[in-house]
Design a binder for this molecule. Structure first.
Ligand code: ARG
Length: 455
């Protein structure tokens, strides 16, 4: 493509380090779409003739078909996807192919292709996040009233419901969805027409190509257009945060699946066995989702380091933007799909959850609150008395609801049998009716709200 200036061939090692077709072939569809829009614009601006445009469009359509059929010859000697397409176009339609690159550079071309790819990745992720949210809603609804322990420090804290716990993730993934949506909106400006870096002397219509390719508008600074990859960084940041949420849910599934917890079961569809220990059922999918976040953060870090300190505008460093981004979204996509599958597959053991919900004196706060409400004690005093009640229950080896009244009255004479009404996990969750609380009716209200939002 630059034979005029060069008389020698590149060293083999030069080609080895320079070649990107092995990975940027994933931009083929975007590259063809960009070229089609560019050719139509060149003709409408009077830069190329109708005949030339028709020949170019015909050749691009043929290439599209070759790519779909798997017969397109991706060749290392043409370095990247842009030159592979152009070289093939020349083979198919002759020297007219050379007119397509008028008023365009690979710098704005790759900025365009990559931006479109990332935009689609954000939209795909958004759809998958919403599918996961739907799976969580479907699982939360029948278990909006299933009591389970709520934890802090992974110690039993206060009872909550299984539905409430799952709905916490619906909120997290809801914010992830907005991050993907925001990123897609912010990046939705077309860099095509920035050319190499300074714009073009041809009478190009950047609004026309922007519109044809689904962008809100063209980018407003030609240098910025070819120099920045913040759109990819932003998408990777959103993806990393989402993967972090996924890893937490994955970790909980791993814990819940242990015989020691026994909170949930996964079917054979999302578990594996052991080749030596016949009793095993391992939550491999959850473990892998838990681990994938490493790839995502790694990708974000990689691209940040590539971009850091680069002088304007384009440098070949930026060719290194693609692999981490592709890998990150591949990993995220698989994680989101696997997690949605696991959530649908998950069977909570309501009995086990209920037993666990009452363990560890989990209604101690309810006892203290009763003392405040009914005996008008300052909370700190109530806390002290409750601590003594827990100590007594521990000494007797009983749960709080089974602590004899005499023992409670030994701590404060005014305690009545009515106190037992607040000491069960069911009573505890039912009492937490504050907005966003774990009372089953509050949980159901949030499920309804999310169903409407996702409809
Ligand atoms: N393959 C290149 C990339 O990914 C395309 C742009 C090359 N531009 C250039 N001036 N060498 O960035």
């Amino acid at each position: 493509m630059w034979g005029g200036r060069f008389s020698g061939k590149p060293a083999e090692l030069m080609q080895a380090i320079n070649v990107s077709i092995g990975f940027d072939r994933r931009l083929a569809a975007q590259d063809l779409a960009g070229s089609r829009a560019h050719a139509a614009m060149l003709r409408s601006a009077g830069v190329i003739s109708s005949d030339d445009e028709a020949a170019i469009q015909g050749g691009l359509a043929a290439i599209d078909a070759e790519i779909a059929a798997g017969t397109f010859p991706f060749r290392d000697e043409f370095e990247d996807i842009h030159m592979n397409v152009e070289a093939r176009l020349r083979e198919l339609i002759g020297p007219t192919a050379g007119r397509l690159h008028t008023a365009r550079s690979r710098n704005d071309q790759v900025a365009l292709d990559f931006r479109m790819w990332v935009r689609e990745a954000c939209e795909r992720s958004l759809g998958q996040v919403e599918a996961l949210q739907r799976a969580l809603l479907a699982k939360a609804e029948p278990h909006a009233d299933a009591v389970m322990p709520g934890f802090t420090h992974l110690q039993p804290a206060q009872p909550v419901t299984f539905g409430h716990h799952l709905m916490a993730y619906v909120e997290m993934f809801g914010r992830d969805a907005t991050r993907f949506r925001d990123a897609a909106i912010r990046m939705n400006e077309s860099p095509l027409g920035a050319a190499a870096l300074a714009g073009s002397p041809f009478p190009i219509d950047r609004d026309m190509t922007a519109k044809a390719l689904g962008f809100a508008r063209p980018t407003a600074n030609s240098l910025d257009s070819v120099a920045d990859r913040d759109f990819a960084l932003e998408a990777l940041a959103a993806a990393t945060i989402c993967a972090t949420h996924l890893s937490r849910l994955a970790e909980e599934i791993v814990i819940w699946m242990t015989p020691q917890f026994g909170f949930v079961k996964l079917s054979d569809a999302f578990t594996t066995g052991s080749s030596i220990m016949p009793q095993k059922k391992n939550p491999d999918a959850a473990e892998l989702v838990r681990a994938k976040v490493g790839r995502l953060l790694g990708s974000f870090t990689q691209l940040t380091v590539v971009m850091k300190g680069l002088p304007l505008t384009y440098s070949k460093d930026m060719q290194e933007d693609k692999v981490p981004t592709f890998e990150a979204f591949d990993a995220l996509e698989l994680s989101l799909l696997a997690m949605a599958g696991m959530v649908a597959d998950l069977q909570p053991d309501r009995e086990k959850l209920k037993t666990a919900a009452g363990a560890g004196y989990s209604t101690a706060t309810d006892l203290a609150d009763w003392l405040v409400r009914e005996l008008n004690l300052p909370f700190r005093d109530a806390h002290h008395i409750t601590g003594a009640a827990v100590k007594r229950a521990e000494a007797l080896g009983v749960a709080l609801p089974d602590l004899p009244l005499a023992d409670l009255q030994g701590l404060d004479k005014r305690i009545t049998p009515a106190i037992y009404g607040v000491l069960t996990p069911e009573a505890s969750v039912a009492s937490r009716k504050s907005y966003g609380g774990t009372a089953p009716d509050q949980v159901r209200a949030q499920i309804t709200r999310w169903k409407e939002l996702l409809a």
